[in-house]
Write a protein that binds this ligand. Structure first.
Ligand code: NAP
Length: 316
């Protein structure tokens, strides 16, 4: 069983990416003694990337895992309690809310800041995971810079794929969008932008079935299948970006918090308030537009301030 300091917290934070840890820093500094549950990927998606060069304050860049370690230590310095555990049951029907960890440990909380993030949908190939951060990426904004004058592939046919492909042409010499159908899902304007870009090419009705390379040397080539003719062939590239959508980690709140059709938690405009008073959503669980570490951190700060104000109002 998890060794919790208390059975009843004022603030519980679910998730330990930039949103969760920033919420932890703020609520700890407000003396609310928050507890942070780190979830299945402590540090969040940033721990799956290498250099982070666009997070302000680090002129020379910083490694994703190092940045998240610093944030965790910062939250702990002010009294945040952290646990490598996963909240897998939540009863939000009345306050205090009842929460349960994977190992069965039950506790209560007066407020809950949901910062459990979203996970990139992956193709499910063994080598895709092995080469993640070593030529395979799920974030062009994060990793595009490392592929100057190289040839890249982007998998997907939605707005994200169009956006990533277009963005990557700032660095790459050529970007091929590999899409499983012969028709895009992307909006017309995003598709047109990609069609108009001379560095973007399309490989229609193809799927990536393997990624060949070694972590030390990066990606060497893909194996792709034409799903109309079933012909498999090699497709040489220096990097592969997966842009086939994201899955918000909100399953535990299904049927309780208001969500959109894709499972993202709906928050009130300009705040982190959800459909249940006392529950706040921050970072990627409620953001399918920006998804950056710095926007998640900002959102976590909002969640902390909203939770603090909520608790003050409850106390009067
Ligand atoms: P999406 O719209 O769900 O598109 C996912 C794409 O990946 C689809 O083309 C899908 O193919 C393909 N795909 C899914 N699973 C696959 C698999 N296993 N193998 C190969 N291909 C696969 O996701 P998204 O592009 O991330 O967009 C999500 C939402 O964010 C959308 O509402 C979008 O409009 C919005 N968004 C907006 C902007 C913007 O306006 N700037 C930018 C990014 C995202 P099929 O088409 O065959 O299903």
């Amino acid at each position: 069983m998890a060794d919790l300091n208390k059975e009843h917290y004022e603030v519980t934070i679910m998730g330990s990416g930039p949103a969760g840890l920033t919420a932890g820093i703020y609520t700890a500094r407000a003396d609310l003694q928050p507890v942070i549950f780190e979830g299945p990927e402590p540090g969040g998606q940033l721990t799956t990337t290498t250099d982070v060069e666009n997070y302000p304050g680090f002129a020379e860049g910083i490694m994703g895992p190092d940045l998240m370690n610093e944030c965790r230590e910062q939250a702990e310095r002010f009294g945040a309690e952290t646990h490598m555990a996963l909240i897998d049951e939540a009863d939000l029907s009345e306050r205090p809310f009842d929460l349960k960890l994977e190992d069965g440990t039950a506790f209560q909380t007066d407020s809950l800041i949901v910062a459990s993030g979203a996970r990139a949908r992956l193709l499910g190939l063994e080598n895709e995971s092995r080469l993640m951060g070593h030529g395979v990426s799920t974030c062009a904004t994060c990793d595009g810079y490392f592929f100057r004058d190289q040839e890249l592939a982007v998998v997907g046919g939605g707005d994200s794929a169009m956006e990533e492909a277009t963005f990557l042409t700032k660095f790459a010499s050529k970007v091929t969008v590999i899409h499983r159908r012969d028709e895009l899902r992307a909006s017309e304007i995003m598709a047109q932008r990609a069609f108009d870009n001379p560095k973007v090419e399309f490989l229609w009705s193809h799927e990536v079935v393997d990624v060949i390379g070694e972590p030390e040397d990066g990606v060497e080539k893909l194996k792709v299948i034409n799903n109309k003719t079933e012909e498999v062939r090699d497709f040489p590239v220096d990097g592969l970006f997966i842009a086939i959508g994201h899955i918000p980690n909100t399953e535990v709140f299904e049927g309780q918090l208001e969500m959109d059709d894709d499972g993202y938690i709906i928050t009130e405009p300009d705040s982190s308030h959800t459909s249940i008073p006392g529950v706040f959503a921050t970072g990627d669980v409620q953001d399918k537009t920006y998804r950056q570490a710095v926007t998640a951190a900002g959102s976590g700060c909002k969640g902390a301030i909203d939770a603090e104000r909520f608790l003050e109002e409850q106390a009067v």
